[in-house]
Design a protein around this ligand. Structure first.
Ligand SMILES: [Zn+2]
Length: 340
């Protein structure tokens, strides 16, 4: 089969890989209907994370082609969506709703789902079947549920978004944009998108943003305060993972408010005194997407949300390298890869 391999920073190639086989009785094999490139794939692409001929990709939707002897919840032919973290969905941590920290967790990045087929470990806990075979136009939205939608949704839940609240969103990548969609769905009264890109502002408004703040740093914080009677937002979604974005998020939150942080943290250090004085709740980490999948799949199936709109470039798997370049150069927000 064909699959994406990153040999070194900036060096992405599509190569022949061995087709996956069942290794454990709890495995399933899927044929991908589509895959995509994640903002977090840019960390190794830009040299911030190590790579060495690493298979890439952790987002996936597709049809089950084979199951191990112990798999009971999905069958061959089912169309399935799964999280970027495989989980048993039965341990205490999973039962509490934190499947991305399952005691048996398997990061799907280790499998590499930018490929024609993928082995899904812990299939019973990881995969959720859709109500039937989806129409083609639903596939991008179902694929978004696998990571970016589920992550934006968790960020909103972690930030305690709800009716009557003002939400600020730091980061206008796919996760930030879908955090806006989630905040809208969860009943936020006002949603402030922090973005300085015209095309992303447009999508932010379409997903439910009521205000746009283009300023960053102290000026950005001042603008959010200005829009919230000097207090700061009730709920802030952090969807970048840098020192600047974390500071922006914490300082834009009112005392007693909540920050949901889901940007993969890179070299972030929080200053103790400021954190102490802020009196804000911090809750985040790798999103337990599996917790939300049944609800998100239904919303997509019923066409109540269209998270697939974050894909603004579609390329054949074979042209994945161009997809990485386009995202790296910010010519694309998120790239969908079609299968041969
Ligand atoms: Zn578990």
């Amino acid at each position: 089969m064909r699959g994406v391999i990153m040999h070194a920073a900036g060096d992405v190639r599509v190569e022949d890989r061995d087709a996956p086989i069942i290794q454990e009785p709890t495995d399933a094999i899927i044929r991908l209907a589509a895959s995509c490139i994640c903002g977090s794939d840019l960390w190794p692409y830009r040299g911030s994370d190590e790579v060495d001929a690493t298979p890439m990709g952790h987002e996936y939707v597709g049809v089950v082609t084979e199951i191990g002897d112990a798999v009971e919840n999905v069958k061959v032919g089912d169309f399935v969506v799964g999280s970027f973290m495989a989980s048993d969905n039965t341990c205490e941590i999973c039962q509490a709703g934190y499947q991305s920290r399952c005691v048996h967790v398997v990061p799907m990045g280790r499998v590499g789902t930018q490929a024609e087929f993928a082995r899904i470990p812990l299939a019973d806990g990881t995969l959720v079947a859709t109500p039937g075979q989806p129409d083609d136009d639903l596939i991008p939205s179902l694929l978004a549920a696998s990571d970016v939608l589920g992550t934006g949704w968790f960020a909103a839940v972690a930030a305690e978004v709800g009716p009557g609240k003002t939400v600020a969103v730091v980061g206008d990548g796919a996760v930030g944009l879908l955090g806006i969609l989630a905040a809208k769905q969860l009943g936020a009264e006002r949603i402030i998108a922090m973005s300085r890109h015209a095309d992303r502002q447009e999508l932010a408004r379409r997903f439910g943003a009521t205000d746009i703040v283009e300023e960053r740093g102290d000026e950005g914080i001042a603008r959010v305060k200005e829009l919230t009677g000097g207090l700061g937002a009730h709920s802030v979604i952090e969807a970048v993972g840098t020192q600047q974005s974390m500071e922006q998020a914490i300082r834009s939150t009112r005392a007693g408010g909540h920050v949901g942080f889901v940007g993969v943290s890179h070299d972030v250090t929080l200053e103790g005194q400021e954190l102490f004085r802020s009196a804000v709740h911090l809750h985040g980490g790798p999103a337990p997407v599996r917790r939300f999948l049944p609800e998100l799949i239904q919303l997509i199936w019923d066409r109540e949300i269209d998270p697939g709109a974050v894909f603004d470039l579609t390329l054949p798997l074979e042209e994945a390298a161009e997809g990485y370049r386009a995202m790296d150069e910010r010519r694309a927000t998120k790239v969908l890869l079609t299968m041969p």
